[in-house]
Every structure is written in structure tokens, then in C-alpha cells.
Design a protein around this ligand. Sequence first.
Ligand code: ATP
Length: 333
Amino acid sequence: MSRADVHARGRSRPVTARAPAKVNLLLQSGPRRADGYHELLTVFQALSLADDVTAAPAPEWGVSVEAAPRAAAPGEHSTGPALVDLSGVPLDETNLALQAALLLARETGAGSPVHLTIRKGVPVAGGMAGGSADAAAALVACDALWGTGLALDDLAELGAELGSDVPFAVHGRTAVGTGRGERLVPVLTSATWAWVLVPAGHELSTPKVYAEFDALVAAGRVQAGAEPGERLRAVEAALRAGDPRALGAALGNDLEAAACSLAPALTETLAAGRAAGAVGAIVSGSGPTVALLTESTRHARTVAERLRAQGRRALTAVAPAPGAHVLEPVLAS
Ligand code: ATP
């Protein structure tokens, strides 16, 4: 495609794209590989909790961040403006959304500078891949703005250069991830799943959680990637059956012991979630957000209310949500 074609297909108005947060229904980690990464077997599920990224033509490249308005996505109920602390989001070229825009521009030769505005609904450094969601949304928004017309698979492949969770944020829904989590196969599930997310009041660094995992494995206190086939089959069967109790029992996260060792209050949050009626409780990814599976959206509201009555923050979300997509403006009639 020539540069002229690309510009002819692009848009002159700002484009907004939405990309979902994720929970890992199953996260099994093998030992550290020679390249420093861990071989993963994971099942991702995309949540209605999401970030929006607007790409607007600008004189120079830039990025800014603001809190998403409350209840920005269907099924999402936030508990207040302090839910997402924006202070951990970098506003320089290390921002994943800006990196994604620059990468797409470099790869296609199509991009002229944009200012990206991120509206965050996903807790920062919470183990829900908010930064990856921003990268995926920026790729999709800039692709539409510039008219580069790349296939979703191509955008996902580009995204994998920025982070292991970006391809899933591009595709969304429910998928098995292998490798570093970037090789995806969709999983069939007909049900709607109702989640309660309990964000911690602090961040937990993913590299530190993996280092603690390595230490626990070396000390023989955690087994790396035990019974992979069996645990995956249990998750897939529960997803197919649409059975929340079976899925709750099959949830598993090899990083949970490491996250709880670094942030002991998580053990208490998991217990509080179960006591509030959740059918499954898990640390999301590397934490520190705790994800609670419930039986219905109504049940999720009840569980969330019980936790809020104890002074905890809690929000509800439904899944599976679509991957990164453009939000078309509502045209005035
Ligand atoms: P990871 O993807 O590393 O597991 P996470 O899901 O726990 O991370 P993120 O919200 O993605 O959490 O943030 C991880 C770190 O990424 C942040 O502490 C921040 O320094 C960096 N980061 C870069 N760009 C962004 C962005 N657009 N939004 C949030 N964090 C970003």
C-alpha cells in the first residue's frame, strides 16, 4: 500500500478505541527460561472494565491520562474517583500507548504525530494489564486514524513487541495463551461471567513477583507449572458448561503464593471474598488486584456490597468482553 493510499483512507477527526482489562483464569508458570522469561500456560478472560484511548492529530507526539468517568463500560460499577490512581502512569516515551503509536508509525510509514488521551478505568499496576490495554487501544485507534488498515492479527503481532499481554488485549474474549502469553487460541464459552474486582491500595511490580516466585520454586515451596493439562481441561470444561461453581473451583494462579508473600494482606482479601459468597477467588496475574467469581451479575452486586460494608474497594465487571475496538462517535440526527 502506498503512503498516498494510506492517507486517502485515514480520518482527520480524533478516533477513540476501547480495550479491556484481563483476569487470568489459570496462570501456570514454568521455571525461568534462558532469555529471562517464564514459559506460561494461561487462560485469559477480557473484562468489561476497560481503558479508552483517543488519538488526535497534533503538532507533536504526546500523551496525557485522566480517570475514566464512572461506569464507563456495561456491567462496570466503580466505587469512587480514587479507584484508579493515575500517578503510576508515565507521560513520556515509556508510556505503552505512545510506544504503540510510534511503533505502528515506524512499521507502516503512515503516521503523523498524534496526541493520545488515555481514560483509565483499569487499576494501574494491578495485574490486570491496563498498560497493555492502552497499547492495544492506541494501535487500533491510530490504525483507524491513519487508514493503515492492518488486520487484527498484524496489530496483535506488533503489540507482542511491546508486551506479552498486548495481543490478548487486541483480541479479547477468552483465550488460552502460551509462550510468554502472546500465542493465543480462542476458547469457546457461551456464558456471561460476573466478576468482582478488589483493587489493593498499592502497586505490585510484576518483575518482583516473578523474582519471589523463582525464590519460592528454588526453596521447594512452590512447584513450577504442575499438572498443566489436567488443570487446563478443568477450566475449559467449566467454560463450556457455563458453570460458575466449576469454574470457581478450577481457577488457579501459580504466582499467587509469591504475590501473597510480598503483600500478605492479599491472603485476607481472598478469604474475605470467599466469605462474602464468591464461588472462586484468585489473585489476578501478578496482583495485587483480587478477582472474585460470582454466580450472576446480581450476585456480584451483593458480594461487592458486602465487601464495601467492610471498608474495602470493590467493583463489578462482566466477561468475556471484546478486544480493542473503535468507539464510533454518535452522529447527531
Ligand atoms: P504487567 O502488564 O506488567 O503485568 P500490570 O497489569 O500489573 O502490569 P499495568 O497497569 O499494565 O499493570 O502497569 C504496569 C507498569 O507499566 C506501570 O507501573 C507503569 O510504570 C507502566 N506503564 C507504561 N505505560 C502505561 C500505561 N499506559 N498505563 C499504565 N501503566 C503503564
